[in-house]
Design a protein. Structure first.
Length: 121
């Protein structure tokens, strides 16, 4: 798996999460608005990649789970530290959606890789 592509997918899907979240609450979809919502979670992604050393094997389930956990936890902590909200419902939705995004693309990638390996045999 291309490491740069894996990191890009994590960052892009995190911003999709921020964009969809803003849209679902009828908040402005301007670049500054989406950035305001997304940057704490982008930092969380970065922390997750550093803590897990995600570049070694971005599809490994322990690495994926670490990146996901750090994205959610880091994002929530940074929101609170910058005087933003982190209501329980938001934490739940963020946890589930980011799991679907950050773990989901990896699951799909693993399935595709396995199928390709079976076809080649």
């Amino acid at each position: 798996m291309n490491r740069a592509l894996a990191l890009f997918l994590d960052l892009a899907l995190t911003m999709v999460f921020a964009t969809v979240g803003r849209a679902s609450h009828s908040e402005s979809l301007t670049l500054p608005g989406v950035w305001h919502t997304g940057w704490p979670f982008l930092v969380g992604v970065g922390i997750g990649w550093l803590v897990s050393r995600g570049w070694r094997n971005p599809l490994h389930w322990v690495i994926a789970a670490t990146i996901w956990f750090c994205t959610v936890a880091g994002g929530m902590v940074l929101r609170l530290l910058t005087h933003d909200t982190a209501q329980l419902a938001f934490i739940g939705v963020a946890t589930v959606v980011l799991a679907l995004f950050l773990l989901g693309w990896r699951g799909l990638a693993r399935m595709i890789i396995r199928r390709r390996q079976l076809v080649q045999v």
